[in-house]
Design a protein around this ligand. Structure first.
Ligand SMILES: Cc1cc2nc3c(=O)[nH]c(=O)nc-3n(C[C@H](O)[C@H](O)[C@H](O)COP(=O)(O)OP(=O)(O)OC[C@H]3O[C@@H](n4cnc5c(N)ncnc54)[C@H](O)[C@@H]3O)c2cc1C
Length: 430
């Protein structure tokens, strides 16, 4: 297993508890210290594909029952701290002509409870929000930035959504569980090569210190570094969908009264103004981006060169938009927050698949929207490895995985590296 982020840790747990001997290598010096550590960790269900909604709804049940998922006794006083799922409603504010029917049909098909709040209900439920329509999203230096509102919004809301209060701790919980089953963890171990056997299948990984880990199965869960590792393995050319790192800022501001976690706030995906917001404990809000057309995308070549410091330009764009929606928001004088890196595919859908190199698997391209699905991704990769190593041709006959909490099957062809580009939002919403 390459990568000890939330994905690598979840996959390690499921492979190890299914009876395999797993070694996790990570170039960093802590579990979950890569892009996982900067995650907003929002758990929501409004994806544009059936597979996306299904994976998110199943995973939410596993987060809500985290101790059980990990196999730890939640009543034991000696157990290590566990990450917590904090329930919080999610409000989806749509741009004009958004295909609401298609989105709610998917929620209904999977059984995700949701409600449409009309203009008055939205204003009554969330009085701190200005429920006017301001579309399209604009840059703060646009002379029309302050224009509007041009009518009022209604919204789709899910009550069962929420967030994980500590995404790095969630990774540590998964890795601890994997290690209890016998998994070996090697930090400060950078993979610099992917050797092959004489017959042409993967033989393991070569490390920067000159040593080698022999393995008949290798999984790339290297997050924003995934394309680099695919290059080392020589598997990129066979993939119809590829991955690319993108810098992303998330800002932190104080919550105005009436919109905190404890006093009636909500998570909002605001496609009308072009940002998302998530309350957190301690009276602050996280503010992130949803790739509106007016914002430049920050593609990068090297995730190691990314500045973690938020910029004035991005801060103003995201926080000033939020200030239009939350008129009581006090905007700080200087940027506050952080920057992380997404691992983005062309259609913002992840790749969970085998590759052209026998024994080399990928759980990559998580596109800023897969933290929530980590509890299921371990099982997805376990099922893929089991089927493919037993000789099944997943490329021509995709396997499914069983979502036992919601009692539905999930066809893993949706995450194939060979898929035609899916028609999605083309943004972090997936
Ligand atoms: C700012 C931000 C906000 C987000 N918000 C949300 C959200 O609200 N909801 C949601 O569902 N998702 C969200 N995401 C996405 C989610 O956090 C990621 O999809 C997820 O954390 C990726 O986990 P990972 O394990 O794949 O990658 P990482 O956590 O980056 O782990 C990859 C690991 O691989 C290691 N590695 C890389 N190359 C090598 C090598 N050659 N040798 C050894 N080790 C190597 C790295 O050191 C790293 O530890 C967000 C992401 C970001 C960046």
């Amino acid at each position: 297993m390459v990568g000890a982020g939330v994905m690598g840790a979840s996959i390690a747990l499921e492979l190890q508890r299914s009876g395999r001997s797993v070694v996790v290598v990570d170039r960093g010096d802590a579990v979950g210290a890569g892009s996982t550590s900067t995650s907003s960790a929002v758990v929501r269900f409004n994806y544009s594909t059936l597979a996306g909604v299904t994976a998110a709804w199943e995973s939410a049940h596993r987060w809500a029952d985290w101790a059980n998922h990990l196999g730890v006794d939640s009543r034991s006083e000696s157990r290590a701290p566990l990450a917590r799922f904090v329930q919080c409603p999610m409000v989806f504010l749509e741009p004009p002509n958004f295909p609401r029917m298609e989105a709610t049909v998917l929620l209904s098909a999977v059984g995700v409870p949701h409600a449409v709040l009309d203009e008055d209900q939205l204003a009554e439920r969330f009085p701190a929000l200005d429920t006017g329509r301001f579309h399209p999203p604009r840059r703060p230096d646009d002379p029309k930035f302050d224009h509007g509102p041009f009518g009022r919004l209604d919204a789709v809301m899910t009550e069962d959504s929420g967030f994980i209060d500590d995404p790095r701790l969630a990774s540590v919980n998964l890795m601890d569980a994997a290690q209890r089953h016998g998994c070996e963890l090697r930090l400060r171990s950078e993979v610099v090569g992917v050797p092959r056997t004489p017959s042409g299948r993967v033989a393991g990984v070569s490390l920067a210190d000159g040593s080698r880990v022999e393995a008949s199965v290798v999984v790339n869960a290297a997050g924003p570094w995934s394309a680099r590792l695919n290059g080392l393995a020589g598997v990129a050319d066979d993939m119809a969908v590829s991955t690319r790192p993108m810098r992303q800022e998330v800002h932190v501001v104080e919550s105005p009264s009436g919109f905190g976690l404890e006093d009636g706030g909500a998570m909002v995906a605001d496609l009308d103004l072009g940002y998302y917001v998530r309350p957190q404990r301690g009276g602050t809000l996280l503010v992130g981006g949803v790739e509106p057309d007016c914002d430049p995308l920050e593609w990068i070549d090297d995730p190691d060169e990314v500045s973690p410091t938020p910029t004035v330009a991005c801060f103003e764009a995201q926080v000033w938009r939020l200030a239009r929606r939350l008129p009581e928001l006090a905007v700080p004088h200087r940027p506050t927050g952080l920057a992380g890196v997404y691992d983005v595919t062309q259609d913002w859908v992840p790749i969970y698949d085998r590759t052209s190199l026998d024994g080399f698997y990928v759980a990559i391209g998580t596109s800023g929207n897969q933290f929530k699905n980590a509890p299921l991704v371990g099982q997805i990769v376990r099922d893929l490895v089991d089927a493919c190593e037993a000789g099944h041709d997943h490329d021509s006959d995709p396997i499914s995985t069983w979502c036992n909490r919601i009692e539905r099957t999930l066809n893993l062809g949706a995450f194939s590296r060979l898929r035609p580009e899916s028609a999605t939002t083309g943004t972090v919403l997936g």
